[in-house]
Ligand binder design. Structure first.
Ligand SMILES: Cc1cc2nc3c(=O)[nH]c(=O)nc-3n(C[C@H](O)[C@H](O)[C@H](O)COP(=O)(O)O)c2cc1C
Length: 227
């Protein structure tokens, strides 16, 4: 009899308590490992916000380097620098001379594609983007960057044609951290790209059947769709 009880306890522990402990722990973190654990649209929306926040703040996050797509059928990897939950706004740093800045300008549609292999999650986000060069936010972003990273803006603009392989940097700054004075001319090339997300297409891969939902990030309205 006691053996039966012990086995029941084990099963209870394994399936019940442990599972609910894990779900609570994941809930507290705002991050969910399995699509199956969060199958309400509200939870998915909160989970997306938590993941975007982590993508912006943790270098090793799979969401730190999304693909940013523009309406000219071009796409490129960019580093996600900041996420503001209140308005679903993403911030990226870029070179004002790069072709995407002309395409995005002031309000063009922008897609941002994230893939987290471990979480088995694809997030296809869409919104509007705009470029800022001389705003207080661009100034703050510039000031918060390290001089080594800022030296990229001292060189030729992205896409400038060269006779041979080139970093585009003046030779004296290759692998060298410029001083604040030396960096002064780079500021005019620096810009931020802000993307205010509107929609997310959430796709969770699962062995027993994928799940997919379309969510209006601002209003929280959404619906399930077949993957
Ligand atoms: C891992 C990685 C991170 C990158 N991060 C940025 C970035 O944060 N900002 C940026 O403008 N370009 C970044 N790039 C370069 C872009 O992918 C792209 O080549 C460049 O911005 C020129 O883009 P465009 O010609 O589409 O304007 C990154 C590239 C890689 C491989």
């Amino acid at each position: 009899m006691s053996q039966v009880v012990t086995r029941c306890d084990e099963r209870y522990l394994n399936r019940g308590v442990w599972r609910s402990f894990m779900l609570n722990a994941m809930n507290l973190n705002g991050i969910f490992q399995e699509g199956r654990a969060i199958e309400t649209l509200d939870n998915i929306r909160n989970d997306i916000a938590a993941r975007l926040n982590e993508g912006a703040t943790r270098r090793r996050s799979a969401l730190h380097t999304p693909v940013v797509a523009t309406a000219d059928a071009d796409a490129r990897v960019m580093v996600l620098r900041a996420f503001e939950r209140a308005n679903w706004r993403l911030r990226f740093h870029t070179d004002a001379r790069s072709p995407k800045c002309a395409v995005i300008a002031n309000g063009a549609p922008v897609g941002v594609l994230f893939y987290d292999r471990e979480a088995k999650l694809q997030l296809r986000c869409r919104g509007r983007g705009w470029i800022e060069r001389d705003t207080p936010l661009a100034d703050t972003a510039w000031q918060s960057s390290d001089n080594y990273a800022r030296r990229c803006y001292l060189g030729e603009g992205p896409g400038a044609v060269s006779d041979g392989p080139t970093s585009g940097l003046p030779a004296r700054f290759e692998g060298v951290k410029p001083s604040d004075t030396e960096l002064a001319p780079a500021r005019e090339h620096f810009a931020i790209l802000l993307v205010e997300l509107e929609m997310a297409d959430w796709f969770s891969l699962a062995h027993d059947g994928h799940k997919r939902a379309i969510i209006d990030l601002k209003t929280g309205e959404g619906h399930w769709v077949s993957p």
